[in-house]
Structures are given as C-alpha cells and as structure tokens.
Ligand binder design. Structure first.
Ligand code: TNX
Length: 740
C-alpha cells in the first residue's frame, strides 16, 4: 500500500505490535528529529506517545533507527526490517532514515476520529524493505504570487511532499502580480510590491477584474520558520526571485530599475508584460543585495532566478541597453538576457551557490554553471543535458498541475490543458534523445502549481493531489516497477489517509468520460461512457437524474437519436466513487450525419475527428475542451451529407476567436448547397464581425430543399500587426455545424 512503491519489499509472517510502551531508539544524535517524527505518527494513532531515547549500544527491543554504511543502499535510501520483536531502520544518512519513517507511517492505520475508538496497539505486518530513490530532484513548485497562501498552507504542502518522499520545494516568491518576501534593505518591495489594487477573475478571454485590494507577504521570521520546518522534513527549499521579466511588482516599488522609469502598478491581470528589469549597474546592485538576503535565509544549494518570458521590447528602444550591447559586443537582445543571467550567476557562484533558471536562459548562450528547468517541452532539457548542464524536467504536457485533471465541464476553472493523474504517472523524465552519459544530467522532475486560477488553499491541494503522488512515484520508484493499475489501487487506499490528514484532494480520477462517435445508422450519435478500468461499474441515467446503485450499468454503446442528457457515475457495489458527470446532446438535421474535412484537422486539436463537428455537442465559448477542431491551413473544405433531401431554413458553423492564443476567426466562410454532391450553389459568404471574440457564428438563412452542404473556410493567412503572434499563420478553430 505504499506510495511511492519501494524498490523491494519481502513480506514475512507475523506482526510487530506497537503500543505506547514501545520504545523508539536512535543510535546517532542527528536522528532525533526523525525519531520524533515517528513518535508523532504513532501518537496520532495510539493517542499516547511512545518513549523516545538515544542509545548507541544497539540491541534494544522496539524500534531502532541507525545510520550505517550499507553498500546496497545509496543516499536517501534505507533498509527496514520489521520482525515480531523489533523494527530496525537503517540508512546511510539522515534523509534515508526520514524516508524510511515515511514508509513506516504508511503502514499505520488512519487515526480514529474520536479518542475512545483508538486502539491500544497497532499490528504492523512483518516484512523487509530495501528502498532508494531513482532521481535526486523530486520537486513540487508553488506560485504564491498570483495568489498568496499563508504559512500554514505552505507547511501542509511540505508535509505532503515529505510523506511521498519528495525532497525539493520550489517556492515562486516574486512576480508581476506580487512580491512576497520581506527584504530589509528594500522595504517598499513589500510595502508597495506585495499589494495590488484588484485581481483578474474568470476565464482569461473575459478579461474581467475586481477592485479589491489583494496581497500579502512572508516576513523574514516566517521564512526562517518555514525553512527550519522543511529542513526537519528533509525538504530543500529553492526560492525563486524572478528576473529580468515577470518583475512588475518590484518595478512598481522601485521604478528606477526599469528602462523607462515608470511609474508602474503591481499587475492585476495575468500574462507577460513588457516592462522588465533594465540591465544597468544600479539594477545589478539592487538584485545582488536582494539575493544576499535571500541566500542568508535559504541555505540550499540552488537559487532560482527565473529567466522565463522576458519580452525584449523595452531593451530594443533603451539607450542604455543598446550602448551596453555595443560595448559588450552582444549581437542581439537574447545575448543581453544571457549577459544579465551570467552576471547574476557569477555573483551567486561567488557566494558558493548555484543558479537554476527556466529554459529561456539557454537563449543567447547558457551561463557556465547554470542548471536548466525545462518547461516549454523537453527540447530545452535535451539541449542543456547535451551541453552537460544539470536539468530538471518540468514539461507542460505532464508536469503542469495548474492544468485540468478531468473534463473541464466538471472541474473548477483552470488555465487550460488536460493532464490526468494517469498521464502524470506515464511520464518518463529521461528523454529518449539522450544517451546514458547525457541522461546523468537529468536530476529529476518537478510538478508546477501556478496559481492564476487557484485562489484558495483547498484549491491548491485539489490541483496538487493526487497528481503529486503520481509524480512522486515516477521520481522515486524503479522504472520497471511502474504499474498504473496497481498505483491506482494504492492511491484509492491512500485517499483514506489523505481524508484523515484533511487534504482536499481531487476525485476526478473516478469521473466518467464520454466518447462520442458516428454511426453507420446516420442521424445517430453513439455514446460510450468510460472510466479508468478496474475501478468499478459505470451506472447511468438518460434523464439527467443522479445515477444510483440501481441505475442501469453501462455495458454496450448507447445509441442516441434525440435530445438527451446522459449522466453517469462510477460505483463499486453500493458505493458511488466520485461525482457524476453528464453529456448533453442536442440534435438538429446535421447531427450524426456524414461529414468530411479536407485537409484533416491538425493532430494537436483532433481528438474526435471530423465527426466532432456534428456530434450534438457545441464547443461553446471555452477553448479548453475536446470539442474544438483546429487547423493551421489556408483553407478548409467541409462537406456534409444530410442523408436525403430535406427542408432546411438555416445553416451555420461556429468558429473561435481567441486572439491572445493566436486563434483568429476565419476571414470568411463560403456556404454552398447541392442536391447531387457535385454541383454546388453558393448561398452566401459571411464574414466575422470586426470585434469578434469567443464564439463566432457563420450562418445563412434561406428556406430550401437540399441534401449536401459545403463550407469553404478561409483563413486570414497571417495574424495582423498588433495581435499576439503577428505575422504568423493563425490557428482556426471550428465547431459545431447546425442545420435547422
Ligand atoms: C508560464 S512556466 C509561466 C508562468 C505561468 C504559467 C501558467 C513559466 C516559466 N512561466 O508565469 O504562470 O505559464 O501555466
């Protein structure tokens, strides 16, 4: 029942009975924290605490923790033997003992809610465990800037990391929207920079803002407290101070470190902003002073200096920047960014620390000793490892826990994406492109929790758990031990413990999804509810009522020909496992009919194929679902066959305008009809309104008899000046065809 799965477990017969009379003995003074951690775990279950004592002589009955040199167990690993009369936990270092204590803790029952139900003793099954980590960097990140979270949440987060043997907490402390760490030398960083006059809320496309003053920061005293807390749990904290971009909060406080001199406000909205640190001497002095205080607070090896998403607009028109580029022989602004990072690296290295930055620090030349955090895919990580730089993998595809973890229809608003717990579990941190020697530079991986759309501590937990547990196993357990079905079983068991720990985890794993496909019987939509195999039975209703244990069990395709709301949930016997989910199908003359597109949709946005255009589900305003089909082509021809000649009065197709994501509405859509599928009569060629936003409909209303309908959708070719991605071919997103 362990997460992460240990390297080796051999079960034995019998049990060790732990009671409040059991003694916990530690053989080295440095193991006191670990002994106390175990004491606390036992007290939680027993109510009274067993005795803890230091004894180097060995041979004590009870539970003994000792550092020894074991050849077979590398750093962070441990060996644990549970016998009827004693438990011995040995490891090469304190961290190993701590990790062993976490394993032992996972063998304990969940604490009873009321004291009278507490057991007098706990039977721990006899076994031998040998265990050690696959990767050295087992990380979780938390953005406390877009939204601020109190020390209590941060500690709870660290508890969770420790329970699953993760050892690195990347604390994202500065951003455009808030500076969250007290710096004594620059008090305005928190007096001004920690507060904004409102926040963006709702989907990004709405660009809606409230005007409630929002903010907060950690005092140095609080930071010290958290650092000490993390140390006691063998979690290293990597603080991030962002530069040169994502730094508007600092510039709002000290505009003199920008190119233009400001004034600036702490940002209310999400995104990437053009005002960034200007690489002048005063700025470097400021940043070095800030980093000096940061390094005093955080004793760890790595300091994260950001480096991502730094627009070069201001530098291009800044006299100081241009002169500096000339005098330093820098050929473009990317090299200027690289110069910036190198200077900071030299300073940090002089203090005996190392820098790590997002993969943009590769652009314009990598600083000599820097480690790279690969987030825009794996390319950055591959390039850095080949150049013999340390790498932490954190690709959006598998490691962004701000993405949806279930069908967006059933999830709280998130930034986008779709990263299920199973997908995280399938992640392989070492890219296939690396040879064995290069692979050594992959330190590990990290899950990122960016908080633009995460506003409460509960939601942080919801987004992080259980995906964090899947990543923990990827990073700790041997690759050959990976077994999704087994993991999901252990996870279900662990949910009980998480409830007892008052963790607000997501149950989206149990959600039922719906696959919609076309049918040979035209005008019909075939619906197949699906869930993770092996968890339970799917039960459903066709009247939008909540499914119960008595609702019909799904066994074979549900063939639909009329408006319907299918609602389904996963059951095990009488017990409903998650929440129910639903799919609403609306039928018109187009629904379920034969449809083709030429060319085929781009593979990135083609989950359900052309049938998606007539599956009875309109994509609506949201981009984040599987209902939109996407193209990057100049023109797309779509042909629909209504099956027989029909009276139609209105024909339409939807498109998406989401310009900040490079998704532009088509320039025009030619709509034509035909009775033989060969000769078409063009009815009209509607164009989008000039202020097109979100869902845009291209329609004609002409009452007539027809059988075939053709849409020729023409792209605008290039994104216009002033819009995101100007000059590039845009994306065209299309969904649903309606014929009435
Ligand atoms: C990109 S990841 C960012 C963050 C955002 C995140 C949202 C990275 C280095 N930069 O500033 O919060 O996307 O997913």
């Amino acid at each position: 029942m362990f997460i992460p799965a240990p390297v080796q477990v051999a079960s034995d017969t019998g049990v060790f009975r732990a009671t409040s009379a059991t003694s916990i003995v530690y053989a080295q003074l440095s193991l006191k924290d670990e002994a106390l951690a175990l004491q606390a775990e036992l007290k939680n279950v027993l109510g009274t605490q067993p005795l803890v004592s230091y004894d180097q002589t060995g041979k004590t009955k009870g539970i003994r923790l000792a550092i020894v040199n074991i050849d077979s167990v590398p750093e962070g690993g441990y060996s644990m033997v549970i016998r009827k009369d004693h438990i011995e936990l040995t490891a090469p270092d304190d961290a190993g003992i701590f990790n062993g204590v976490q394993t032992l803790a996972q063998l304990l029952p969940v604490p009873a809610l009321n004291a009278s139900a507490r057991p007098a003793g706990i039977d721990i099954p006899c076994m031998s465990v040998t265990d050690f980590p696959r990767f050295a960097w087992r990380g979780m990140h938390l953005d406390v800037c877009r939204h601020f979270f109190p020390v209590d949440l941060v500690k709870k987060y660290i508890d969770l990391l420790a329970r699953y043997k993760m050892n690195t907490f990347h604390w994202h402390l500065t951003e455009d929207q808030g500076w969250r760490i007290e710096i004594k030398k620059y008090p305005k960083l928190t007096e001004v920079g920690a507060w904004r006059s409102g926040s963006e809320y709702g989907p990004y496309s709405d660009r809606t803002f409230d005007s409630t003053r929002y903010g907060g920061f950690y005092t140095q005293e609080e930071i010290r407290e958290v650092v000490a807390y993390a140390q006691s749990k063998h979690v290293a904290i990597v603080p991030e101070i962002e530069m040169p971009g994502h730094s508007l909060a600092a510039l709002a406080a000290y505009p003199e470190f920008s190119c233009t001199g400001g004034p600036f406000e702490v940002e209310k909205g999400w995104g990437v902003f053009e005002d960034v640190f200007c690489p002048k001497e005063e700025t470097f002095t400021f940043l070095e002073n800030v980093l000096t205080e940061v390094m005093d607070l955080f004793p760890g090896e790595y300091i994260h200096i950001g480096g991502d998403e730094c627009p070069k607009e201001r530098w291009k028109t800044c006299a100081h920047c241009q002169a500096l580029m000339k005098s330093e022989g820098l050929k473009d602004e990317h090299e200027l960014q690289s110069y910036f990072i190198r200077r900071i690296e030299t300073f940090v290295n002089k203090k005996g620390r190392k820098i790590i930055g997002w993969d943009e620090i590769l652009e314009g030349g990598l600083a000599p000793n820097a480690a790279v955090m690969s987030w825009r895919g794996t390319e950055g990580g591959i390039a850095a490892a080949k150049a013999r730089h340390n790498v932490v993998m954190s690709p959006g595809s598998h490691c962004y826990f701000d993405h949806y973890q279930g069908d967006p229809a059933n999830e709280p608003l998130a930034i986008g994406g779709f990263t299920t717990v199973q997908k995280v579990y399938s992640y392989e941190p070492v890219p296939a492109e690396l040879n064995a020697d290069e692979a050594k530079y992959i330190l590990g991986a990290q899950g990122n929790v960016w908080t633009e759309y995460i506003t409460t501590p509960e939601q942080v937990e919801y987004m992080a758990v259980p995906r964090m547990l899947a990543l923990a196993e990827v990073l700790w357990s041997p690759k050959k031990k990976r077994d999704e079905a087994d993991f999901v079983r252990r996870l279900e068991h662990e949910f009980t413990a998480l409830s007892a720990l008052d963790v607000h985890y997501s149950k989206s794993l149990f959600n039922v999804g719906f696959k919609l496909t076309g049918s040979k019987k035209r005008g019909q939509v075939n619906v197949e509810p699906f869930a993770t195999p092996g968890l339970g039975e799917i039960r459903y209703t066709l009247d939008n009522q909540e499914p119960t244990k008595d609702s019909p069990q799904f066994v074979t395709t549900l063939e639909q020909r009329e408006n319907v709301i299918i609602r389904a949930a996963l059951f095990r016997g009488d017990r409903k496992l998650g929440y129910s989910t639903s799919k609403k199908l609306s039928f018109d003359l187009a629904t379920g009919r034969a449809v083709t597109t030429s060319p085929a949709p781009n593979e990135r946005y083609n989950d359900g194929g052309p049938f998606t255009l007539v599956d009875g589900v309109s994509a609506g305003n949201k981009r984040v679902n599987n209902e939109w089909l996407g193209w990057k082509d100049d023109r797309v021809t779509i042909k629909l066959d209504l099956g027989e000649e029909q009276w139609v009065s209105r024909i339409s197709i939807g498109a998406l305008a989401e310009k900040y994501s490079w998704i532009q509405p088509p320039a025009e859509v030619e709509i034509a009809v035909s009775s033989d599928g060969v000769t078409y009569l063009v009815l009209d060629t509607p164009k989008p309104p000039s202020d097109a936003k979100n869902h845009v409909e291209f329609a004609v209303s002409v009452p007539m008899m027809t059988r075939y309908i053709r849409f020729i959708v023409k792209s605008i070719g290039h994104i216009p000046e002033g819009d995101a991605g100007a000059g590039n071919p845009p994306w065209m997103f299309l969904d649903e065809i309606h014929v009435k």
